[in-house]
Design a protein around this ligand. Structure first.
Ligand code: NDP
Length: 282
């Protein structure tokens, strides 16, 4: 049974709060992994052109017994396609790879402030076009800092529906989350279990023991209770099921704060700093 809460976005659309991420799943293995995830009950898949596996996502959805409308699919613009004409072509590529006339959510994957003359605003205006013509039901950004969001809000019309950022107990990213709350931008937490790095933490392990749960379930529950949207990745069937079985228990009120206090700030990052990241695929 799918008991995943829906989060209402600032444009009126709703997104399942728990999904399945496919970063680093090889293209040839993606259809099977996503098919399994759909069988477990996941109805939200997070992919990107740069993951090179959008086709497998689309195939798995078509091969399932679900309707396209039953599955929420997010994809993201490649770092190599920020110029508006390139973004238009890249978006069409994404739809074609997915085999769908629309995507539920389309994001600028990285702000790339040191590339393209620091102009992510014209890129965003291309996404606004996709939103207007209905091919991107919702649009948002990823890895944007408060400074980047302030500039976007000042210089464009549509407020992003989401900001997808690195967020887990070692990188709590409080200021950015608060900024999102104040401006109606939902926060999506990428690498929600820090790719496994937080699972051996004694604080998490102790809470998991007390509740009779797995550390990953405790961390995912922490995200949900704080209102973030998550999509853990696993290609291990038992973990896919474990990560989905988080709707029949609750953390104690103190646990939320105790876990947030594990924050290591910048030292807690597992991925790149968005102000410096400038990778463009060959
Ligand atoms: P996660 O925090 O989801 O961790 C994934 C890793 O943890 C895998 O090695 C997986 O192993 C392992 N794992 C998963 N579940 C469990 C469990 N229950 N117990 C123990 N180990 C577990 O990292 P990701 O970086 O994949 O982040 C999730 C998603 O976020 C991505 O797939 C992608 O969709 C998105 N993302 C977005 C980024 C962006 O820039 N916008 C950047 C990075 C990620 P195994 O598969 O072997 O089971």
């Amino acid at each position: 049974m799918n008991t995943v809460p829906m989060i209402r976005l600032n444009d009126g659309h709703s997104i399942p709060q728990l999904g399945f991420g496919v970063f680093q799943i090889p293209s040839a293995a993606t259809e099977q992994a996503v098919g399994r995830a759909l069988d477990v009950g996941y109805r939200h898949i997070d992919t990107a052109e740069m993951y090179a596996n959008e086709r497998g996502v689309g195939r798995a959805v078509r091969a399932s017994e679900l309707d396209r409308a039953d599955v929420f699919i997010t994809s993201k613009l490649s770092n190599g396609a920020h110029r508006p004409d390139d973004a238009r072509r890249a978006f069409e590529r994404t739809l074609s790879e997915l085999g769908s006339r629309y995507v539920d959510l389309f994001l600028i994957h990285w702000p790339l402030p040191t590339l393209y003359d620091g102009d992510f605003v014209s890129t965003w205006q291309a996404l606004e076009e996709f939103h207007r013509d209905g091919r991107a039901r919702s649009i948002g950004v990823s890895n944007f800092t408060v400074e980047h969001l302030e500039r976007l809000l000042a210089e464009s019309d549509v407020v992003p529906a989401v900001n997808q950022i690195e967020l887990h107990p070692y990188l709590v990213n409080a200021e950015l989350r608060e900024y999102g709350e104040e401006h109606g931008i939902a926060t999506e937490a990428w690498s929600p279990i820090a790719q496994g790095a937080v699972l051996d933490d004694p604080v998490i392990v102790a809470i998991a023991r007390r509740l009779g749960r797995k550390p990953a379930q405790v961390v995912l529950r922490w995200h949900l209770e704080r209102g973030s949207i998550v999509f853990p990745k696993s290609t291990t069937p038992a973990r896919m099921a474990e990560n989905f079985a988080i709707f029949d228990f609750q953390l104690a009120p103190d646990d939320i704060e105790t876990i947030a206090a594990l924050d290591r700030g910048e030292d807690g990052r597992t991925g790149p700093n968005p102000d410096a990241f400038a990778h463009v695929p060959a």
